[in-house]
Design a protein around this ligand. Structure first.
Ligand code: ADP
Ligand code: ZN
Length: 755
């Protein structure tokens, strides 16, 4: 006798405790359980039902089988099974990011396609996360008998359905209810069927392809990429083009060629709501063979789009970070647009970088992977420069429009001259001028570190969140203080310092404050503020941007989100406020981020017939990073930056791994971090050839978050198999000493200093 045994990884494991468990596969499930199957298992002492994923199936002799094997309860249907490709990505995530198996599974399939374990009528069952993604559709299949005499509602139903099938919902809207429809079905007049809720997310965008004629530079880039697209080997390339040089146009041509080759294309964008223009262009060029995957979709929309891709009904997928897992097959081209954006790195488990997953997929599919940016990551440009990626450059804006003229406004002088406001006199004058000329302006305000906070005028005490070691932020509309990490809210607004009883003053610098100043100084200006507070509702981004595009507003004021990808012809003035806090921020990417942000926002101006200008408010007008950004001198910036990275030993000259420790008691957390360092160093000492530098332990910048203390170790290492094996051994030793009870461990290879 032989037994079929499934090795599974269960849901709700921790990284300290995520091993494979063996279960017997009962006869009735023997044809449905394969690697990748989602199954329900009895788990732990109480045999509670839990979801699990099958990673391996073995056939063993009964004698050789482990004793007291438990048996699988159930398995999900075929369509929920991870394909071999997705399973390989799960293994990749597990190996590279130190997540649990199930965290990886949850990353590669959307919420709506997942199952959960439950007990119904005392029986363990697996339930779809999402239930009603189908709906009833009625079709007219016969004539209404004249006897007995049909009622008015029956007549109305038949009349409505003469033009074609309708859903229950559509019929309900015209007053035809289910009982009427049931009766008609019984009489054989109507037929009913369940169908997936059809959703044409971008139905309002017309299919309107225009033939594209590439400009000379664009054509050269395209020609150079073509052989890498057409052969059956993986390649990577960087399209480095100044803002407005027509990178998107090159994408469209490449996608066209990919489809002509019978292959499919995956396009990643940093944040979908900020790039409606990309979807618009893809949709109008390629029509309905486009599917989208991004977090602004609700679970049903997302699932339906995913199923379309899974069933082979989409040729192009566009989406944010997680779209890199789209179940698209036969991929010929993967594009990562604005590749420098940090949104490509996941900040919760699995902490992956879409760049790495895309590389893996390109290798699996023999695809061309194309990174694109005006300001590539230093690592990416380094790889291109050293020949690992093919480098294509677009140096000119399409149509030959010059880049905006940039000027600095010295805010020290402004203060000295007695202007206490955040918006300088010069900026106000220029905004006024634009207003008079009927031209539009964009103002970028980096708010990080510039929130309005409550501070005591006597002792200088700043009101902080009791759960997180960060200042509480003042929200004017609610008249409340809020923690931007955990949501802790204080209302009514405190007026007296809890430390000394002095008066509290609410001051600071934020988009709301600037909006107020501007509406006072420019009373006729129509100002549109775009930030996380004003864009809470779904689609509000897109609506706002459309309104700005229709010139319903004169000034668009916002955080990072106004800096990227927008293409409005009437914008001739771009202003940058409060960039200094970013410039002096922590983390080795600070300069790179500032350079990129300033370059991007300047690039929003003067894109069409009207020339643009940009003004940067700063206290350090001579700072080389700002100067280089103003001149859009990416290469000069890169030379400085790569020298700094080499000198300080930062990526790409090493990998940077932050090991975080989180627990309830500060002393225990610090101790656990310290012990982890020792365990790691001991093991590393046995491999003296391995490059490794260990820094810390040190408290994280936000030492307390959600009531938990946080410490970190920083490792400069070479992220290869040997190093990851070393980390795994260290984690095991850490668990053996029962330290996870004191502080759980988080590993992050994408952080630039903190978690
Ligand atoms: P980037 O993504 O590099 O910032 P875009 O692709 O948005 O630049 O191009 C900037 C503008 O120039 C867009 O309005 C685009 O339609 C136009 N454009 C660029 N190349 C061409 C071309 N070959 N033919 C027609 N329009 C073009
Ligand atoms: Zn908090």
């Amino acid at each position: 006798m032989t037994l079929s045994i499934a090795q599974v990884a269960v849901d709700n494991a921790t990284i300290h405790f995520d091993k494979l468990y063996s279960y017997q596969i009962p006869e009735r499930l023997s044809t449905v359980v394969w690697p990748g199957s989602m199954v329900l298992v009895p788990f732990g002492r109480g045999d509670k039902p839990r979801m699990a994923v099958v990673l391996k199936v073995d056939t063993v002799d009964e004698q050789a089988a482990p004793k007291r094997l438990k048996t699988l309860h159930d398995a999900a249907p075929e369509q929920a099974r991870l394909t071999p490709d997705l399973l390989e990505l799960v293994r990749f995530l597990k190996e590279r990011t130190f997540c649990t198996w199930f965290e990886a599974v949850k990353a590669v399939i959307p919420y709506g396609a997942q199952y959960r374990a439950a007990i119904v009528n005392g029986k363990p069952v697996m339930q779809n996360r999402l239930t009603r993604s189908t709906e009833r559709v009625y079709t007219l299949v016969g004539e209404l008998p004249q006897k007995p005499k049909p009622g008015p509602r029956q007549l109305a139903a038949v009349e409505a359905l003469r033009k074609g099938p309708l859903t229950a919902h559509q019929l309900d809207e015209v007053g035809i209810s289910k009982p009427t429809l049931d009766t008609l079905c019984k009489k054989g007049v109507l037929a009913v069927a369940q169908q997936d809720k059809a959703l044409d997310l971008f139905g309002n965008i017309p299919f309107d392809p225009h033939p594209i004629t590439l400009a000379e530079e664009q054509q050269r880039a395209y020609d150079a990429l073509l052989p890498d697209l057409e052969d059956a080997a993986p390649h990577a390339a960087l399209l480095h083009g100044v803002t407005g040089s027509g990178k998107t146009v090159v994408f469209l041509k490449l996608i066209e060629r990919t489809l002509a080759l019978g292959r499919k294309a995956l396009v990643l964008v940093p944040e979908i709501s900020l790039t409606p223009q990309m979807i618009r262009r893809l949709k109008s060029t390629f029509g309905s063979r486009l599917a989208v995957q991004h977090s602004a979709l609700n679970n049903t929309e997302r699932l339906l789009q995913w199923r379309r891709i899974q069933q082979g009904n989409a040729d192009i997928v566009v989406g944010t970070r997680s779209a890199v897992f789209a179940p698209l097959q036969n991929i010929g081209l993967i594009i990562i647009d604005e590749e420098q954006e940090h949104t490509y790195q996941s900040e919760s488990a699995p902490r992956y970088d879409a760049h790495d997953v895309a590389k893996k997929r390109a290798a699996m599919e023999n695809a061309l992977l194309l990174f694109a940016s005006a300001t590539p990551l230093t690592e990416t440009y380094h790889a291109a420069e050293s020949g690992k990626y093919k480098l294509l450059t677009l140096t000119k804006r399409y149509g030959g429009m010059p880049l905006p003229q940039v000027d600095f406004i010295d805010m020290r002088a402004e203060l000295a001259s007695g202007n206490p406001r955040e918006v300088s006199n010069r900026m106000v004058r220029e905004l006024q001028e634009n207003l008079e000329n009927g031209e539009q302006s964009i103002l970028l305000l980096n708010r990080r570190g510039y929130h309005t906070v409550g501070m005591c005028v006597t002792c200088g005490h700043v009101l902080k969140c009791p759960n997180c070691s960060v200042p509480l932020v003042y929200h004017k509309p609610q008249q409340a203080l809020m923690c931007h990490h955990c949501g802790h809210t204080v209302r009514p607004l405190p007026q007296i310092c809890p430390e000394c009883g002095g008066n509290l003053n609410y001051s600071g610098f934020g988009t709301q404050r600037v909006e107020e100043e501007l509406s006072e100084l420019l009373p006729t200006a129509r100002i549109l503020r775009m930030d996380q507070d004003s864009t809470g509702q779904k689609n509000s981004h897109e609506t706002m941007l459309a309104q700005f595009g229709n010139q319903e507003y004169d000034i668009l004021l916002g955080t990072q989100m106004v800096a990227k990808g927008l293409d409005f012809e009437k914008v001739t003035l771009v202003g940058v406020l409060g960039i200094d806090s970013l410039l002096f921020g922590q983390g080795f990417r600070a300069y790179e981020s500032v350079f990129s942000l300033v370059t991007q926002v300047i690039g929003r101006g003067g894109r069409a017939a009207l020339p643009g200008r940009a003004l940067i408010q700063t206290t350090v007008p001579n700072h080389p990073v700002l100067q280089l950004a103003a001149e859009q001198e990416y290469e000069a910036f890169y030379r400085e930056e790569i020298a700094f990275r080499k000198f300080g030993l930062y990526p790409p000259f090493c990998s940077f791994c932050v090991v975080g420790f989180v627990g309830a008691q500060e002393g225990a957390v610090a101790m656990a971090a310290h012990r982890f360092g020792i365990l790691l160093a001991e093991r590393a000492a046995e491999q003296p050839q391995m490059p490794l530098r260990l820094l810390g332990p040190a408290p994280m910048a936000i030492t307390m978050l959600n009531g938990k203390y946080r410490y970190k170790l920083t490792l400069k290492c070479r992220n290869d198999a040997a190093f990851r094996a070393l980390l795994r051994q260290t984690l095991e030793a850490y668990a053996q000493e029962k330290l996870p009870q004191k502080a759980s461990v988080i590993l992050d290879f994408n952080s630039d200093g903190d978690l």
